[in-house]
Write a protein that binds this ligand. Structure first.
Ligand SMILES: [Zn+2]
Length: 601
Protein backbone atom coordinates (compact mmCIF):
# COMPACT_ATOMS: atom_id res chain seq x y z
CA UNK A 1 0.00 0.00 0.00
CA UNK A 2 2.98 2.27 0.36
CA UNK A 3 2.98 3.37 -3.28
CA UNK A 4 -0.45 4.94 -2.89
CA UNK A 5 -0.41 8.61 -2.17
CA UNK A 6 -2.67 9.54 0.68
CA UNK A 7 -4.06 12.36 -1.43
CA UNK A 8 -5.73 9.73 -3.59
CA UNK A 9 -8.04 9.07 -0.67
CA UNK A 10 -9.37 12.59 -0.64
CA UNK A 11 -12.12 13.92 -2.86
CA UNK A 12 -11.78 17.38 -4.47
CA UNK A 13 -12.41 20.23 -2.10
CA UNK A 14 -15.10 22.02 -4.03
CA UNK A 15 -17.08 21.59 -7.19
CA UNK A 16 -19.23 23.94 -9.20
CA UNK A 17 -22.88 22.99 -8.71
CA UNK A 18 -25.30 24.56 -11.27
CA UNK A 19 -28.38 23.21 -9.50
CA UNK A 20 -27.27 24.94 -6.37
CA UNK A 21 -26.93 28.24 -8.26
CA UNK A 22 -30.37 27.81 -9.81
CA UNK A 23 -31.91 27.20 -6.45
CA UNK A 24 -30.26 30.29 -5.05
CA UNK A 25 -31.94 32.55 -7.53
CA UNK A 26 -35.44 31.38 -6.64
CA UNK A 27 -37.20 34.43 -5.25
CA UNK A 28 -39.07 33.20 -2.24
CA UNK A 29 -37.06 33.33 0.95
CA UNK A 30 -38.88 30.48 2.64
CA UNK A 31 -38.38 28.24 -0.34
CA UNK A 32 -34.77 29.33 -0.45
CA UNK A 33 -34.21 28.18 3.11
CA UNK A 34 -36.01 24.92 2.47
CA UNK A 35 -33.96 24.20 -0.62
CA UNK A 36 -30.75 25.25 1.07
CA UNK A 37 -31.46 22.66 3.71
CA UNK A 38 -31.86 20.05 1.02
CA UNK A 39 -28.57 21.11 -0.50
CA UNK A 40 -26.83 20.92 2.87
CA UNK A 41 -28.29 17.49 3.50
CA UNK A 42 -27.06 16.34 0.13
CA UNK A 43 -23.48 17.52 0.65
CA UNK A 44 -21.21 14.61 -0.04
CA UNK A 45 -18.63 13.41 2.46
CA UNK A 46 -15.31 15.16 2.09
CA UNK A 47 -13.32 12.10 3.04
CA UNK A 48 -13.02 8.83 1.24
CA UNK A 49 -12.18 6.22 3.80
CA UNK A 50 -11.10 2.80 2.62
CA UNK A 51 -12.09 0.54 5.48
CA UNK A 52 -14.30 -1.47 3.11
CA UNK A 53 -11.05 -2.34 1.34
CA UNK A 54 -9.33 -3.24 4.61
CA UNK A 55 -7.19 -0.14 4.54
CA UNK A 56 -6.73 2.14 7.53
CA UNK A 57 -5.06 5.51 6.95
CA UNK A 58 -1.45 6.27 7.82
CA UNK A 59 -0.61 8.98 10.34
CA UNK A 60 -0.01 11.57 7.59
CA UNK A 61 -3.31 10.67 5.92
CA UNK A 62 -5.23 10.98 9.19
CA UNK A 63 -3.82 14.45 9.88
CA UNK A 64 -4.37 15.53 6.26
CA UNK A 65 -8.01 14.42 6.45
CA UNK A 66 -8.67 16.34 9.66
CA UNK A 67 -6.90 19.35 8.14
CA UNK A 68 -9.24 19.11 5.18
CA UNK A 69 -12.27 19.14 7.49
CA UNK A 70 -10.75 22.05 9.40
CA UNK A 71 -10.29 24.06 6.17
CA UNK A 72 -13.86 23.39 5.07
CA UNK A 73 -15.79 23.99 8.25
CA UNK A 74 -15.75 27.11 10.41
CA UNK A 75 -17.08 25.17 13.38
CA UNK A 76 -14.19 22.70 13.52
CA UNK A 77 -10.51 23.11 14.21
CA UNK A 78 -7.42 20.92 14.29
CA UNK A 79 -4.93 22.10 16.89
CA UNK A 80 -1.57 20.88 18.19
CA UNK A 81 -1.63 20.17 21.89
CA UNK A 82 1.61 19.05 23.47
CA UNK A 83 4.38 16.67 22.50
CA UNK A 84 4.61 12.92 22.06
CA UNK A 85 7.61 10.62 22.35
CA UNK A 86 7.79 10.45 18.55
CA UNK A 87 8.73 14.15 18.39
CA UNK A 88 5.47 14.83 16.56
CA UNK A 89 2.79 16.86 18.31
CA UNK A 90 -0.45 15.46 19.68
CA UNK A 91 -3.45 16.84 17.81
CA UNK A 92 -6.97 17.64 18.93
CA UNK A 93 -9.86 18.01 16.54
CA UNK A 94 -12.64 20.08 18.09
CA UNK A 95 -16.18 20.20 16.70
CA UNK A 96 -18.53 22.85 18.06
CA UNK A 97 -21.59 24.57 16.55
CA UNK A 98 -19.71 27.86 16.22
CA UNK A 99 -16.12 28.92 15.73
CA UNK A 100 -15.66 29.15 19.51
CA UNK A 101 -13.06 26.63 20.70
CA UNK A 102 -12.08 27.81 24.15
CA UNK A 103 -12.94 25.22 26.82
CA UNK A 104 -13.99 27.88 29.36
CA UNK A 105 -16.33 29.63 26.94
CA UNK A 106 -17.87 26.42 25.67
CA UNK A 107 -18.37 25.08 29.19
CA UNK A 108 -19.87 28.37 30.36
CA UNK A 109 -22.71 27.71 27.91
CA UNK A 110 -23.58 24.55 29.83
CA UNK A 111 -22.41 22.18 27.12
CA UNK A 112 -21.16 18.71 27.93
CA UNK A 113 -17.74 17.73 26.63
CA UNK A 114 -17.16 14.38 24.93
CA UNK A 115 -13.51 13.42 24.39
CA UNK A 116 -12.70 10.51 22.07
CA UNK A 117 -9.22 8.98 22.07
CA UNK A 118 -8.04 6.81 19.18
CA UNK A 119 -5.02 4.71 18.31
CA UNK A 120 -3.67 4.26 21.82
CA UNK A 121 -3.03 0.74 20.55
CA UNK A 122 -2.28 1.42 16.87
CA UNK A 123 -2.94 -2.21 15.94
CA UNK A 124 -6.55 -1.48 16.91
CA UNK A 125 -7.44 1.31 14.48
CA UNK A 126 -11.24 0.92 14.07
CA UNK A 127 -11.79 4.08 16.11
CA UNK A 128 -9.37 6.07 13.94
CA UNK A 129 -11.47 5.35 10.84
CA UNK A 130 -14.78 5.60 12.71
CA UNK A 131 -13.93 9.00 14.23
CA UNK A 132 -12.89 10.44 10.85
CA UNK A 133 -16.11 9.19 9.31
CA UNK A 134 -18.19 10.47 12.22
CA UNK A 135 -16.53 13.92 12.14
CA UNK A 136 -17.18 14.17 8.41
CA UNK A 137 -20.86 13.20 8.77
CA UNK A 138 -21.41 15.42 11.79
CA UNK A 139 -19.90 18.45 10.07
CA UNK A 140 -21.96 18.01 6.93
CA UNK A 141 -25.01 17.56 9.18
CA UNK A 142 -25.97 14.25 7.70
CA UNK A 143 -29.61 13.45 8.65
CA UNK A 144 -29.62 16.40 11.06
CA UNK A 145 -26.79 14.92 13.15
CA UNK A 146 -25.41 18.39 13.95
CA UNK A 147 -28.37 18.98 16.27
CA UNK A 148 -26.31 17.43 19.08
CA UNK A 149 -23.79 20.27 18.86
CA UNK A 150 -26.25 22.60 20.60
CA UNK A 151 -25.63 20.70 23.83
CA UNK A 152 -22.31 19.02 23.45
CA UNK A 153 -18.84 19.58 22.01
CA UNK A 154 -16.90 16.74 20.43
CA UNK A 155 -13.14 16.51 20.81
CA UNK A 156 -11.20 13.86 18.97
CA UNK A 157 -7.61 12.79 19.48
CA UNK A 158 -6.93 11.51 15.94
CA UNK A 159 -4.02 9.23 16.91
CA UNK A 160 -2.65 9.01 20.44
CA UNK A 161 0.30 6.64 20.04
CA UNK A 162 1.82 8.42 17.07
CA UNK A 163 5.13 6.54 17.36
CA UNK A 164 3.27 3.22 17.37
CA UNK A 165 1.12 4.26 14.43
CA UNK A 166 4.18 5.23 12.37
CA UNK A 167 5.66 1.78 12.99
CA UNK A 168 3.40 0.21 10.37
CA UNK A 169 3.53 -3.38 9.20
CA UNK A 170 1.41 -6.36 8.23
CA UNK A 171 3.13 -8.27 11.05
CA UNK A 172 2.18 -6.19 14.09
CA UNK A 173 -0.93 -8.07 15.10
CA UNK A 174 -0.77 -11.85 14.90
CA UNK A 175 -4.44 -12.45 15.71
CA UNK A 176 -5.91 -10.31 12.94
CA UNK A 177 -5.76 -10.46 9.16
CA UNK A 178 -7.26 -7.04 8.44
CA UNK A 179 -6.67 -4.18 7.95
CA UNK A 180 -3.68 -5.20 5.87
CA UNK A 181 -1.28 -2.96 7.75
CA UNK A 182 -1.47 -1.39 11.17
CA UNK A 183 0.81 0.28 13.68
CA UNK A 184 2.47 -1.38 16.67
CA UNK A 185 1.38 -1.59 20.30
CA UNK A 186 4.56 -0.04 21.76
CA UNK A 187 4.88 3.72 21.27
CA UNK A 188 8.07 5.53 20.22
CA UNK A 189 9.51 4.62 23.66
CA UNK A 190 8.15 1.06 23.45
CA UNK A 191 5.60 1.80 26.18
CA UNK A 192 2.07 0.46 26.29
CA UNK A 193 0.31 3.81 26.60
CA UNK A 194 -2.77 2.22 28.11
CA UNK A 195 -0.70 1.47 31.21
CA UNK A 196 0.95 4.89 31.37
CA UNK A 197 -1.78 7.28 32.49
CA UNK A 198 -0.65 7.63 36.11
CA UNK A 199 3.10 7.12 35.92
CA UNK A 200 3.35 9.33 32.80
CA UNK A 201 6.64 7.96 31.48
CA UNK A 202 5.66 9.16 28.00
CA UNK A 203 5.35 12.68 26.67
CA UNK A 204 2.03 11.44 25.25
CA UNK A 205 0.64 10.84 28.74
CA UNK A 206 1.95 14.19 29.99
CA UNK A 207 0.23 15.99 27.11
CA UNK A 208 -2.91 13.94 27.68
CA UNK A 209 -2.97 14.86 31.39
CA UNK A 210 -2.90 18.54 30.47
CA UNK A 211 -5.64 18.12 27.86
CA UNK A 212 -7.78 16.22 30.34
CA UNK A 213 -7.29 18.89 33.01
CA UNK A 214 -7.98 21.70 30.56
CA UNK A 215 -11.14 20.23 29.03
CA UNK A 216 -12.31 18.20 32.03
CA UNK A 217 -14.42 16.00 29.73
CA UNK A 218 -17.78 14.88 31.06
CA UNK A 219 -17.67 11.77 28.93
CA UNK A 220 -14.57 10.04 27.63
CA UNK A 221 -14.23 7.21 25.12
CA UNK A 222 -11.05 5.28 24.33
CA UNK A 223 -11.39 3.01 21.28
CA UNK A 224 -9.79 -0.46 21.22
CA UNK A 225 -10.00 -3.85 19.52
CA UNK A 226 -9.93 -7.19 21.29
CA UNK A 227 -9.27 -10.84 20.55
CA UNK A 228 -10.23 -11.88 24.07
CA UNK A 229 -12.96 -14.35 23.07
CA UNK A 230 -15.26 -15.20 20.19
CA UNK A 231 -18.94 -14.32 19.84
CA UNK A 232 -21.34 -12.72 17.36
CA UNK A 233 -20.85 -9.03 18.26
CA UNK A 234 -18.71 -6.52 16.37
CA UNK A 235 -18.39 -4.08 19.23
CA UNK A 236 -18.38 -4.49 23.01
CA UNK A 237 -18.23 -1.94 25.81
CA UNK A 238 -16.27 -1.50 29.02
CA UNK A 239 -18.58 1.06 30.60
CA UNK A 240 -17.57 3.46 33.36
CA UNK A 241 -17.28 1.10 36.34
CA UNK A 242 -20.16 2.24 38.60
CA UNK A 243 -18.47 1.14 41.81
CA UNK A 244 -15.55 3.51 41.23
CA UNK A 245 -17.85 6.54 41.45
CA UNK A 246 -19.65 8.35 44.27
CA UNK A 247 -23.29 7.28 44.79
CA UNK A 248 -25.00 9.84 42.56
CA UNK A 249 -22.74 9.03 39.61
CA UNK A 250 -22.99 5.29 40.25
CA UNK A 251 -26.78 5.63 40.08
CA UNK A 252 -26.56 7.65 36.87
CA UNK A 253 -24.36 4.99 35.23
CA UNK A 254 -26.50 2.05 36.32
CA UNK A 255 -29.93 3.58 35.82
CA UNK A 256 -29.45 6.00 32.95
CA UNK A 257 -26.26 5.57 30.96
CA UNK A 258 -26.00 1.78 30.69
CA UNK A 259 -29.67 1.02 29.83
CA UNK A 260 -29.91 3.95 27.40
CA UNK A 261 -26.71 3.23 25.50
CA UNK A 262 -27.54 -0.48 25.05
CA UNK A 263 -31.07 0.34 23.98
CA UNK A 264 -29.89 3.04 21.55
CA UNK A 265 -27.39 0.61 20.02
CA UNK A 266 -30.16 -1.98 19.78
CA UNK A 267 -31.97 0.30 17.33
CA UNK A 268 -29.06 0.17 14.87
CA UNK A 269 -27.42 -2.48 12.75
CA UNK A 270 -24.96 -3.50 15.44
CA UNK A 271 -25.98 -4.71 18.89
CA UNK A 272 -23.83 -3.87 21.86
CA UNK A 273 -22.89 -6.11 24.76
CA UNK A 274 -20.53 -5.70 27.69
CA UNK A 275 -16.90 -6.56 26.99
CA UNK A 276 -16.71 -10.34 27.19
CA UNK A 277 -14.55 -10.84 30.23
CA UNK A 278 -15.29 -14.23 31.71
CA UNK A 279 -14.37 -15.85 34.96
CA UNK A 280 -15.11 -19.32 33.63
CA UNK A 281 -13.68 -20.81 30.44
CA UNK A 282 -16.91 -20.49 28.48
CA UNK A 283 -18.76 -17.13 28.30
CA UNK A 284 -21.99 -19.16 28.39
CA UNK A 285 -21.32 -19.64 32.10
CA UNK A 286 -21.32 -15.90 32.72
CA UNK A 287 -19.31 -12.76 32.04
CA UNK A 288 -18.27 -9.99 34.37
CA UNK A 289 -18.03 -6.23 34.27
CA UNK A 290 -14.42 -5.17 33.87
CA UNK A 291 -13.12 -2.70 36.41
CA UNK A 292 -10.01 -0.85 35.33
CA UNK A 293 -7.54 0.90 37.59
CA UNK A 294 -6.12 4.38 37.01
CA UNK A 295 -3.25 3.23 34.79
CA UNK A 296 -5.86 2.56 32.11
CA UNK A 297 -7.71 5.31 30.29
CA UNK A 298 -11.16 4.59 31.69
CA UNK A 299 -9.86 4.21 35.23
CA UNK A 300 -7.86 7.41 34.81
CA UNK A 301 -11.05 9.26 33.84
CA UNK A 302 -12.84 7.94 36.93
CA UNK A 303 -10.24 9.66 39.15
CA UNK A 304 -11.55 12.96 37.80
CA UNK A 305 -15.24 12.05 38.08
CA UNK A 306 -15.41 11.75 34.32
CA UNK A 307 -17.57 9.04 32.74
CA UNK A 308 -14.76 7.16 30.99
CA UNK A 309 -15.25 4.03 28.92
CA UNK A 310 -13.66 1.84 26.27
CA UNK A 311 -15.10 0.19 23.22
CA UNK A 312 -13.52 -3.09 22.25
CA UNK A 313 -14.18 -3.85 18.60
CA UNK A 314 -14.02 -7.51 17.80
CA UNK A 315 -10.96 -8.71 15.95
CA UNK A 316 -12.66 -11.68 14.28
CA UNK A 317 -15.17 -9.51 12.41
CA UNK A 318 -14.56 -7.87 9.02
CA UNK A 319 -12.68 -4.62 9.38
CA UNK A 320 -15.61 -2.74 7.82
CA UNK A 321 -17.95 -4.14 10.49
CA UNK A 322 -15.51 -3.12 13.21
CA UNK A 323 -15.43 0.43 11.86
CA UNK A 324 -19.18 0.66 11.25
CA UNK A 325 -20.09 -0.66 14.69
CA UNK A 326 -17.60 1.72 16.32
CA UNK A 327 -19.11 4.59 14.29
CA UNK A 328 -22.57 3.56 15.47
CA UNK A 329 -21.35 3.58 19.06
CA UNK A 330 -19.73 7.01 18.77
CA UNK A 331 -22.94 8.36 17.28
CA UNK A 332 -25.03 6.83 20.08
CA UNK A 333 -22.65 8.16 22.74
CA UNK A 334 -22.62 11.68 21.27
CA UNK A 335 -26.42 11.61 21.18
CA UNK A 336 -26.54 10.49 24.81
CA UNK A 337 -24.04 13.18 25.72
CA UNK A 338 -26.21 15.86 24.08
CA UNK A 339 -29.60 14.64 25.24
CA UNK A 340 -28.46 14.25 28.85
CA UNK A 341 -25.97 17.08 29.08
CA UNK A 342 -27.62 18.67 32.14
CA UNK A 343 -27.85 15.40 34.05
CA UNK A 344 -24.29 14.50 33.12
CA UNK A 345 -22.86 17.84 34.21
CA UNK A 346 -24.96 18.04 37.37
CA UNK A 347 -24.31 14.46 38.46
CA UNK A 348 -20.58 15.15 38.13
CA UNK A 349 -20.82 18.33 40.18
CA UNK A 350 -22.78 16.56 42.91
CA UNK A 351 -20.52 13.52 42.70
CA UNK A 352 -17.43 15.64 43.29
CA UNK A 353 -19.12 17.12 46.36
CA UNK A 354 -19.96 13.63 47.61
CA UNK A 355 -16.35 12.54 47.19
CA UNK A 356 -15.06 15.66 48.92
CA UNK A 357 -16.90 14.90 52.16
CA UNK A 358 -16.17 11.17 52.26
CA UNK A 359 -14.86 9.78 55.54
CA UNK A 360 -13.24 6.71 54.00
CA UNK A 361 -12.19 5.79 50.49
CA UNK A 362 -12.23 2.31 48.90
CA UNK A 363 -8.82 1.32 47.55
CA UNK A 364 -9.37 -2.33 46.75
CA UNK A 365 -12.25 -4.17 45.14
CA UNK A 366 -13.32 -7.74 44.50
CA UNK A 367 -15.84 -8.95 41.96
CA UNK A 368 -18.99 -10.02 43.78
CA UNK A 369 -19.94 -13.36 42.22
CA UNK A 370 -23.23 -13.52 44.13
CA UNK A 371 -24.81 -10.53 42.38
CA UNK A 372 -25.68 -10.75 38.71
CA UNK A 373 -28.30 -9.97 36.15
CA UNK A 374 -29.33 -12.05 33.17
CA UNK A 375 -28.46 -10.69 29.73
CA UNK A 376 -28.97 -11.91 26.19
CA UNK A 377 -25.75 -13.27 24.69
CA UNK A 378 -25.19 -14.46 21.13
CA UNK A 379 -22.15 -16.69 21.18
CA UNK A 380 -20.62 -19.65 19.43
CA UNK A 381 -20.31 -23.09 20.97
CA UNK A 382 -16.82 -23.78 22.22
CA UNK A 383 -14.99 -26.81 20.93
CA UNK A 384 -12.06 -28.41 22.77
CA UNK A 385 -11.30 -30.71 19.84
CA UNK A 386 -10.85 -28.51 16.80
CA UNK A 387 -8.13 -29.71 14.47
CA UNK A 388 -5.48 -27.12 13.72
CA UNK A 389 -4.79 -26.63 10.01
CA UNK A 390 -1.22 -25.73 10.94
CA UNK A 391 -0.13 -28.45 13.36
CA UNK A 392 -2.83 -31.01 12.57
CA UNK A 393 -3.35 -31.34 16.32
CA UNK A 394 -6.34 -30.72 18.55
CA UNK A 395 -6.86 -27.26 19.98
CA UNK A 396 -9.51 -25.17 21.77
CA UNK A 397 -11.66 -22.95 19.57
CA UNK A 398 -15.14 -21.69 18.78
CA UNK A 399 -17.43 -23.41 16.24
CA UNK A 400 -18.92 -20.78 13.89
CA UNK A 401 -21.35 -23.35 12.51
CA UNK A 402 -22.94 -23.49 15.96
CA UNK A 403 -24.16 -20.03 16.91
CA UNK A 404 -26.45 -19.79 19.91
CA UNK A 405 -28.45 -17.16 21.74
CA UNK A 406 -28.66 -17.64 25.49
CA UNK A 407 -29.50 -15.76 28.63
CA UNK A 408 -26.25 -15.62 30.60
CA UNK A 409 -25.21 -14.20 33.95
CA UNK A 410 -23.56 -10.77 33.97
CA UNK A 411 -21.70 -10.06 37.20
CA UNK A 412 -21.66 -6.28 37.42
CA UNK A 413 -20.78 -5.43 41.01
CA UNK A 414 -17.35 -4.89 42.51
CA UNK A 415 -17.34 -4.94 46.28
CA UNK A 416 -14.85 -2.67 48.07
CA UNK A 417 -12.73 -4.85 50.34
CA UNK A 418 -10.40 -2.31 51.89
CA UNK A 419 -10.55 1.38 52.67
CA UNK A 420 -8.31 4.24 53.69
CA UNK A 421 -9.49 6.97 56.02
CA UNK A 422 -9.48 10.29 54.17
CA UNK A 423 -6.92 12.69 55.68
CA UNK A 424 -7.39 16.48 55.65
CA UNK A 425 -3.88 17.14 54.31
CA UNK A 426 -0.97 15.37 52.72
CA UNK A 427 2.49 16.82 53.20
CA UNK A 428 4.84 16.01 50.35
CA UNK A 429 8.55 16.88 50.61
CA UNK A 430 9.68 19.01 47.69
CA UNK A 431 12.47 16.51 47.03
CA UNK A 432 9.94 14.41 45.08
CA UNK A 433 9.93 16.66 42.02
CA UNK A 434 8.85 13.85 39.70
CA UNK A 435 5.67 13.44 41.75
CA UNK A 436 5.08 17.19 41.94
CA UNK A 437 5.50 17.48 38.17
CA UNK A 438 2.72 14.93 37.65
CA UNK A 439 0.42 16.59 40.17
CA UNK A 440 0.96 19.90 38.38
CA UNK A 441 -0.06 18.31 35.09
CA UNK A 442 -3.49 17.42 36.43
CA UNK A 443 -3.92 20.69 38.33
CA UNK A 444 -3.76 19.67 41.99
CA UNK A 445 -4.13 22.61 44.40
CA UNK A 446 -1.52 22.99 47.15
CA UNK A 447 0.37 25.58 49.11
CA UNK A 448 4.01 25.58 50.14
CA UNK A 449 5.16 25.62 53.75
CA UNK A 450 6.38 29.15 54.55
CA UNK A 451 9.05 28.02 57.07
CA UNK A 452 11.08 25.05 58.19
CA UNK A 453 8.91 23.33 60.78
CA UNK A 454 8.24 20.15 62.72
CA UNK A 455 4.74 18.74 62.36
CA UNK A 456 3.01 15.84 64.07
CA UNK A 457 1.80 13.64 61.23
CA UNK A 458 0.61 10.12 60.60
CA UNK A 459 3.12 8.21 58.51
CA UNK A 460 2.92 4.88 56.76
CA UNK A 461 5.71 2.36 57.14
CA UNK A 462 6.05 -0.14 54.34
CA UNK A 463 6.07 -3.54 56.03
CA UNK A 464 6.11 -5.84 53.02
CA UNK A 465 6.24 -5.32 49.29
CA UNK A 466 6.87 -7.52 46.31
CA UNK A 467 8.25 -6.74 42.87
CA UNK A 468 8.42 -8.95 39.78
CA UNK A 469 11.82 -10.32 38.73
CA UNK A 470 11.48 -8.61 35.32
CA UNK A 471 10.32 -5.08 34.63
CA UNK A 472 6.73 -4.37 33.64
CA UNK A 473 6.36 -1.34 31.34
CA UNK A 474 9.65 0.07 32.52
CA UNK A 475 9.05 -0.46 36.25
CA UNK A 476 9.37 -3.06 38.98
CA UNK A 477 5.76 -2.56 39.97
CA UNK A 478 5.03 -3.49 43.59
CA UNK A 479 2.19 -5.97 43.41
CA UNK A 480 1.85 -6.63 47.11
CA UNK A 481 2.11 -3.79 49.61
CA UNK A 482 1.38 -3.88 53.33
CA UNK A 483 1.84 -0.99 55.74
CA UNK A 484 1.34 0.13 59.30
CA UNK A 485 0.96 3.69 60.56
CA UNK A 486 2.67 5.64 63.31
CA UNK A 487 2.21 9.16 64.59
CA UNK A 488 5.53 11.02 64.59
CA UNK A 489 7.03 14.46 64.74
CA UNK A 490 8.55 14.95 61.31
CA UNK A 491 10.74 17.78 60.06
CA UNK A 492 9.57 19.56 56.95
CA UNK A 493 11.18 22.44 55.14
CA UNK A 494 10.17 25.73 53.63
CA UNK A 495 8.74 24.94 50.18
CA UNK A 496 7.42 21.44 50.99
CA UNK A 497 3.88 20.91 49.74
CA UNK A 498 0.84 21.14 51.96
CA UNK A 499 -1.96 19.53 49.95
CA UNK A 500 -5.56 19.88 51.09
CA UNK A 501 -7.22 16.56 50.32
CA UNK A 502 -10.82 17.76 50.16
CA UNK A 503 -10.50 19.36 46.75
CA UNK A 504 -11.93 18.43 43.34
CA UNK A 505 -8.94 16.20 42.62
CA UNK A 506 -9.53 14.20 45.81
CA UNK A 507 -9.79 10.84 44.06
CA UNK A 508 -6.55 11.43 42.16
CA UNK A 509 -4.76 12.42 45.39
CA UNK A 510 -5.85 9.33 47.28
CA UNK A 511 -5.28 6.93 44.39
CA UNK A 512 -1.79 8.30 43.77
CA UNK A 513 -0.55 9.12 47.28
CA UNK A 514 -1.90 6.25 49.38
CA UNK A 515 0.86 3.66 48.96
CA UNK A 516 -1.55 0.72 48.97
CA UNK A 517 -3.88 2.17 46.31
CA UNK A 518 -3.61 0.03 43.20
CA UNK A 519 -1.73 2.39 40.89
CA UNK A 520 -0.09 4.61 43.47
CA UNK A 521 3.18 6.42 42.89
CA UNK A 522 4.66 4.08 45.50
CA UNK A 523 3.69 0.99 43.52
CA UNK A 524 5.23 2.50 40.37
CA UNK A 525 8.62 2.95 42.11
CA UNK A 526 8.54 6.71 42.66
CA UNK A 527 9.50 6.15 46.33
CA UNK A 528 11.83 3.15 46.10
CA UNK A 529 14.65 5.21 47.62
CA UNK A 530 13.11 4.67 51.08
CA UNK A 531 13.29 0.91 50.82
CA UNK A 532 16.94 0.36 51.71
CA UNK A 533 19.04 1.44 54.64
CA UNK A 534 21.48 4.39 54.50
CA UNK A 535 23.46 3.80 57.74
CA UNK A 536 24.48 0.63 59.56
CA UNK A 537 26.85 -0.53 62.34
CA UNK A 538 30.10 -2.38 62.37
CA UNK A 539 30.69 -5.17 64.91
CA UNK A 540 33.59 -3.36 66.51
CA UNK A 541 33.02 0.27 65.42
CA UNK A 542 29.65 0.50 67.21
CA UNK A 543 31.03 -0.96 70.46
CA UNK A 544 31.91 2.31 72.19
CA UNK A 545 28.62 4.05 71.39
CA UNK A 546 26.61 0.93 72.30
CA UNK A 547 28.29 0.66 75.70
CA UNK A 548 27.81 4.36 76.37
CA UNK A 549 24.13 4.03 75.46
CA UNK A 550 23.60 1.11 77.86
CA UNK A 551 25.25 3.01 80.69
CA UNK A 552 23.19 6.11 80.07
CA UNK A 553 19.88 4.21 79.79
CA UNK A 554 19.56 1.88 82.80
CA UNK A 555 16.00 0.80 81.96
CA UNK A 556 17.00 -0.28 78.49
CA UNK A 557 20.11 -1.92 79.88
CA UNK A 558 17.98 -3.95 82.31
CA UNK A 559 15.75 -5.07 79.45
CA UNK A 560 18.80 -5.98 77.38
CA UNK A 561 20.36 -8.04 80.20
CA UNK A 562 17.07 -9.80 80.85
CA UNK A 563 16.91 -10.86 77.23
CA UNK A 564 20.50 -12.14 77.39
CA UNK A 565 19.64 -14.25 80.43
CA UNK A 566 16.52 -15.77 78.95
CA UNK A 567 17.72 -16.30 75.36
CA UNK A 568 20.76 -18.58 75.01
CA UNK A 569 21.19 -18.01 71.30
CA UNK A 570 21.10 -14.26 71.85
CA UNK A 571 23.59 -14.58 74.69
CA UNK A 572 26.00 -16.43 72.40
CA UNK A 573 25.87 -13.95 69.51
CA UNK A 574 27.88 -10.74 69.60
CA UNK A 575 26.29 -9.56 66.38
CA UNK A 576 22.73 -10.20 67.60
CA UNK A 577 23.35 -8.20 70.77
CA UNK A 578 24.76 -5.18 68.94
CA UNK A 579 21.97 -5.46 66.42
CA UNK A 580 19.41 -5.42 69.25
CA UNK A 581 20.88 -2.21 70.61
CA UNK A 582 21.09 -0.62 67.14
CA UNK A 583 17.55 -1.49 66.08
CA UNK A 584 15.71 -0.76 69.34
CA UNK A 585 17.12 2.64 70.19
CA UNK A 586 17.46 6.07 68.64
CA UNK A 587 20.16 4.57 66.42
CA UNK A 588 17.50 2.86 64.31
CA UNK A 589 16.82 4.70 61.03
CA UNK A 590 13.39 6.24 61.31
CA UNK A 591 13.37 6.99 57.60
CA UNK A 592 13.95 3.38 56.55
CA UNK A 593 10.72 2.23 54.87
CA UNK A 594 8.94 5.34 56.13
CA UNK A 595 6.77 6.56 53.29
CA UNK A 596 7.62 10.27 53.06
CA UNK A 597 4.11 11.64 52.49
CA UNK A 598 2.81 12.68 55.89
CA UNK A 599 -0.89 12.80 56.70
CA UNK A 600 -2.88 15.10 58.92
CA UNK A 601 -6.32 13.85 59.93
ZN1 LIG B 1 -6.32 -2.05 23.15
Amino acid sequence: MSILSYRSFLTPLTSFDPIFIMKRILPMAALFILLLNIVIAQTKPLLQLKYEENYTPTYEEVIEMYSLLDRNYENATLIKKGQTDSGKPLHLFIINNSSEFSPEKIKSKGKSVLLINNGIHPGEPAGIDASLWYADDLLRNKDGMAEILKNTVIIIIPVYSIGGHLNRSAYNRSGQTTPFETGFRGNAKNLDLNRDFTKCDSENAKSFSKIFAEWDPDMFLDTHTTNGSDHQYSVTLIPPSPDLFPPIMEKFIRESFIPTIYSEMGKGEYDLIPYVSFIFRDPKLGINMTQEGPRYSSGYASMFHSYGMMTESHIYKDYADRVKSCYQFIKALAKFSAENSNEIINSRKKGIKESMVAIKYPIEFKLDTTIYQMIEFKGYETDENQISPVSGLKRFGYDHSKPYSNRIRYFDTWEPISFEMVPEFYILPQSYQNVIERMDLVGVDYTKLPNDTTIEVTVNYIDEFSSPPRPYNGHYFHNEVSTHTEVQEVKYYKGDLLIPVRQEKIKYLIEMLEPKARDSFFRWNFFDNILDQREYFSSYGFEENALKYLNEHPDFKAEFLKKRESDQEFANSHRAQLSYIYNNTEWAEKTLRRYPVGKIY
